[in-house]
Design a binder for this molecule. Structure first.
Ligand SMILES: NC(=O)c1ccc[n+]([C@@H]2O[C@H](COP(=O)([O-])OP(=O)(O)OC[C@H]3O[C@@H](n4cnc5c(N)ncnc54)[C@H](OP(=O)(O)O)[C@@H]3O)[C@@H](O)[C@H]2O)c1
Length: 242
């Protein structure tokens, strides 16, 4: 199947972890994927299907970098069909320890940069386009020590509602994928004890895999979800659902 055949996708934060799995899955479904990362220079890879991944060095937190990437895609492809904004940070900090730096860093990337990336991409998106934002169930459940992170993800959920309404007349859909604990570098620093404790809170009894989150992003990016906008799809083993 090629559910994204002839689609041009930009995955902001598209190398490694959840974003990397999204880039791989989209390319395997036929998309021409542009994946940004702070690491490394430009590289391209073909996949088994007609899709490809082109990595562009860019800092998701730098507006100028994102403008450069959008300009490059516009001149090379003329449009973006699918925009995924995945880049995000999560740092432990209980209320009494939260510094201005922590607050600004977390809101700066997870909210401010996401906002201006979406706004900047509008110029390059056409009717039929889709935006997929990567949220988190942390936006819903009030995890101790992750208050600022949770608030940023609640803001992401809120933007999706408003943008879905605002962009519907342009035939652009906007949805959120909200993972629960997922086995990526973001989780790598957690001790075995913390990982076991997290898993015990998940009805399905384990953390998610990046590909499982990517599958939800693929659904929301493809025409299979043609009547879905403003929605949040949780990929959390039931953690925040039951
Ligand atoms: N893992 C989880 O349990 C989990 C759960 C819920 C939601 N999420 C969300 O899923 C998304 C991806 O997370 P992940 O688990 O795949 O984590 P990850 O492997 O640490 O990836 C983080 C992503 O954010 C980018 N990034 C990190 N710090 C950055 C900075 N200071 N400036 C610019 N870009 C930065 C990275 O880009 P570079 O390639 O440039 O480093 C990478 O694309 C995030 O939005 C996260 O909040 C994750």
């Amino acid at each position: 199947m090629s559910r994204l055949a002839n689609k041009v996708a930009l995955v902001i934060g598209g190398v490694g972890g959840i974003g990397g799995a999204i880039s791989q899955m989209f390319a395997s479904e036929g998309a021409q994927v542009y994946a940004t990362s702070r690491k490394g220079g430009e590289s391209s890879s073909e996949t088994g299907s007609s899709g490809s991944i082109r990595v562009i060095q860019a800092n998701a937190g730098e507006k100028a970098d994102l403008q450069r990437v959008l300009g490059q895609i516009k001149s090379e492809q003329g449009r973006i069909d699918v925009l995924v904004i995945n880049a995000g940070i999560s740092e432990y900090a209980p209320l009494e320890d939260i510094s201005e730096d922590h607050f600004d860093r977390t809101f700066g990337l997870n909210v401010r940069s996401l906002f201006f990336a979406a706004q900047g991409a509008l110029d390059v998106m056409k009717a039929g386009g889709t935006i997929v934002l990567i949220g988190s169930i942390a936006g819903d459940i009030g995890t101790k020590g992750y208050g600022v992170y949770g608030a940023t993800k609640a803001a992401v959920r809120s933007f999706a509602r408003t943008w879905a309404n605002e962009l519907a007349p342009k035939d652009i859909r906007v949805n959120v994928v909200s993972p629960g604990p997922t086995d990526t570098a973001m989780m790598a620093s957690a001790s075995l004890e913390v990982r076991d404790a997290l898993s015990s809170m998940i009805p399905l009894g384990r953390m998610g895999r990046p590909e499982e989150v990517a599958a939800a992003a693929l659904f929301l990016a493809s025409d299979e979800s043609s009547f879905t906008t403003g929605a949040e799809l949780a990929v959390d083993g039931g953690m925040a659902q039951v």
